[in-house]
Design a binder for this molecule. Structure first.
Ligand code: BGC
Length: 729
């Protein structure tokens, strides 16, 4: 009542009336506002909304009071401000933010509530910085452990990635900040990302690669999606008619705006007719110098306007695009309920730390070397920390997701704070600066002397904590390039082995967005994998190491014993990274664990794996059909001595059919609350029947094999605690 009155007064004061200017009336239905706004705009104003006007904004209509769209990377925090026309930092002093853990870490929590908390917190930072669209999250499938951008995605399984993306998107958009889901689709490698054409079967495309996007559209109604650089059916995905108009907009009924990846547009006609709505980041011919860069010369700028004016493209095409952009504007920039947000609040740091704590995966813990509680490590113990990642800022580098943070707590800082004079430190190796598209040439002598120093110091230590792994240097976990091999870089394998010879009480802690080779696994007592943990890295890690938190993270990817075990490797270069910019996904739907389990290849650590400081017993599972859902129930009891959380995973095996089916597919999961020793919780896991569908290439549609399904309830894909059969009709 009050709001309407104020609004009416305001409109009267500005000379506008609600009935006359529907588009400005926040209480009018959005579709009416769009229609009204469209009717007031000139062709040129419409055109201007469909392409960039700076590196990270697209225009509104100033004359009509229609706001521009402010965008920013994404997805782990708000990127620092760049200059209007260049990739140079704008050198603002108020744009330092919280770096949240990498999305792979979020996926590792298997905790939907934390995904909701992440989306809420990170979007509050975007809102406070005046942003309307955050470029993320990403749900490309981790097909290869070499993918330079895997850390920005949510693992190898479409169900897990989709389930974890939905709460993040819903929470962010409830704050009036649009997510821009990346990178639609098949952007599964960085080598040749601008031009590689992906050849994939219709079934694998639907069941594996499109699935998480479809879920985000259906369940989270994501407001914007970013087209990927690569091609599908030899057409760029930023303006691929079959993909964008056919599947996304028509079949999935999606009403949002499709934004190109930066520089992903290559052709006006295709962009106009192929489903692109906002063109970003294009360099125009002969105008690569920023000083004379003309945004009007974008493919969807003057050249598009000319085609419209000449009648070669109907006005309806233009209006449809503008409607989609206006819809985003009304949902975000001109949404009266958009939050003000905040930046660097303690709540955000808490969320960051909690996600880190729950995403860290304990992979090995011989003789309970962890946790490092005070009863084991007395004042006179000497703990040697070795490794560059103990001090390195891992929010730097990696490409567009790089962040400028206000405060970061490194592992070494937090270890020193908690264990004081017990801690010694040796860097052990070095990796050079985190630079985009360049690698530092490393000095072998410096490398040798750092190693010698660490080995010498190891002689005086009672315990070694090695903190290394990957980093965000080019050709590590970094955009526009893939890793060069499955091994840890910078001589870490040799260093770990030699340290382990001197001191067998050694715990290896790794950061990184990808699985990696562990030739030294048998030689070390403990292994902890951290992904990237953001601003609170040190706190989250040390809380796990010292037992304040019992680890509960589970792998969203398979760690193979050796690189050759990944499913596509057997098919050679054609299957990765491609030959003459054609890549063939010959492993088809058998990506990740679908291959390892079906073809009996034993992994080093299976999908879903993660240890705890406590133990859990699984009760006998039950399953019932409730309408169109299968409801699986299982009771988890903490049978150990400390409090902990467990993730129960449900995998289905389909009845026999002519079609090749993976032996197990993830169809549901749930995480317990923090269970005290002796405490139990019954988890109820609902599986909509259509999750069991496969894609039928003969009818080009989803189909269900009817019959008896087995649902395996387990602690990971290879550790099944109980099975239950259900007749599905
Ligand atoms: C990346 C996108 C990113 C954009 C803007 C591109 O190179 O692929 O993920 O959002 O740059 O920085």
């Amino acid at each position: 009542m009050k709001k309407t009155f104020i609004l009416a007064t305001l409109l009267a004061f500005t000379g506008l009336t609600a009935s006359a200017q529907t588009y400005l009336n926040p209480n009018a239905p959005i579709e009416e506002r769009i229609k009204d706004a469209l009717s007031r705009m000139t062709t040129h104003e419409k055109i201007k909304m469909l392409h960039a006007q700076s590196k990270f904004t697209s225009a509104g209509v100033p004359r009509l009071g229609i706001r521009q769209l402010n965008m920013d990377d994404g997805p782990h925090g708000v990127r620092e401000e760049l200059e209007w026309n260049t990739w140079n930092p704008a050198r603002w002093t108020n744009d330092s933010i919280v770096a949240f853990p990498s999305l792979t870490c979020l996926a590792s929590t298997w905790n939907r509530d934390l995904s909701d908390a992440y989306g809420n917190a990170v979007s509050e930072e975007f809102a406070f910085r005046g942003k309307d669209i955050m470029l993320g999250p990403g749900v490309n499938i981790q097909r290869t452990p070499l993918n330079g951008r895997a850390f920005e995605y949510m693992g190898e399984d479409p169900y897990l990635a989709g389930e974890m993306a939905v709460p993040y998107i819903k929470a962010a958009q409830a704050n009036g900040v649009a997510c821009c889901l990346k990178h639609f689709v098949l952007n599964d490698q960085e080598i040749d990302r601008f031009g590689v054409n992906v050849n994939v079967s219709e079934r694998a495309m639907r069941e594996i690669y499109l699935r998480p996007f479809q879920k985000a559209v259906d369940q989270a109604h994501v407001y914007t999606i970013m087209g990927s650089y690569n091609m599908w059916k030899n057409v760029h995905c930023c303006h691929n008619d079959e993909l964008l108009n056919g599947i996304l907009k028509k079949e999935w009924n999606w009403d949002g705006a499709l934004i190109s990846d930066w520089g992903g547009t290559t052709n006006t006609m295709e962009a106009a007719l192929g489903g692109l709505d906002i063109e970003m980041g294009t360099y125009t011919d002969g105008k690569t110098k920023e000083s004379n860069f003309g945004y009007d010369d974008y493919y969807l700028g003057n050249p598009f306007e000319k085609l419209i004016k000449e009648g070669k493209i109907p006005m309806s095409v233009l209006d449809e695009k503008v409607s989609r952009v206006l819809r985003v504007i009304f949902r975000t920039a001109m949404n009266p309920n958009k939050v003000i947000g905040n930046q660097c609040s303690e709540t955000h740091y808490d969320v960051c730390r909690q996600i880190g704590e729950e995403g860290i995966v304990l992979l090995k813990n011989d003789k309970n070397i962890l946790p490092l509680n005070p009863s084991k490590y007395k004042k006179y113990s000497q703990i040697l920390v070795v490794g560059e990642n103990a001090t390195r800022s891992l929010t730097q580098g990696g490409g567009s997701s790089e962040l400028k943070t206000l405060r970061d707590i490194s592992p070494l800082e937090e270890l020193q704070r908690q264990y004081e004079q017990m801690i010694m430190y040796a860097q052990g190796y070095y990796s050079g600066r985190a630079m985009y598209d360049h690698v530092d040439r490393l000095n072998p002598q410096k490398q040798d002397s750092l190693k010698a120093e660490a080995l010498e110091m190891a002689k005086g230590a009672d315990l070694i904590i090695f903190i290394g792994g990957l980093n965000k240097n080019t050709r590590q976990d970094c955009e526009n390039g893939d890793r060069e091999g499955y091994d840890l870089p910078y001589g870490q394998n040799e260093l770990i082995s030699e340290l382990a010879k001197i001191q067998k009480n050694i715990v290896v802690v790794t950061f990184g967005g990808n699985p990696y080779n562990m030739p030294w696994l048998k030689e070390v007592a403990g292994v902890v994998h951290c992904w990237y943990l953001g601003s609170e890295a040190g706190k989250a890690l040390v809380n796990v190491l010292n037992g304040t938190v019992s680890p509960s993270g589970k792998l969203p990817v398979t760690f193979a014993q050796k690189y050759e075990d990944y499913p596509y490797v057997q098919y050679g270069q054609e299957a990765y990274p491609g030959v003459n910019k054609q890549v063939y996904y010959k492993e088809d739907i058998f990506v990740g664990y679908r291959h390892f389990t079906t073809n009996n290849v034993k992994p080093l650590f299976p999908f879903g794996f993660g240890l705890s400081y406590t133990t859990f017993a699984y009760g006998k599972p039950t399953a019932t059909m409730e309408g169109n859902n299968i409801v699986v129930k299982t009771t988890i009891t903490n049978t150990g001595k400390v409090a902990g959380k467990e993730v129960a995973q449900v995998y289905s095996s389909a009845p026999q059919s002519d079609l090749p089916r993976p032996s197990k597919e993830l169809k549901g999961f749930a995480k317990t609350k923090l269970l005290e020793p002796g405490e139990s919780e019954t988890l109820r896991i609902t599986i909509p029947k259509n999750e069991l569908n496969y894609y039928d290439e003969t009818t080009h549609g989803w189909a269900l094999t009817t019959g008896t399904y087995t649902f395996h309830v387990g602690a990971n894909v290879d550790d099944i605690k109980g099975k239950v059969e259900v007749e599905v009709k």
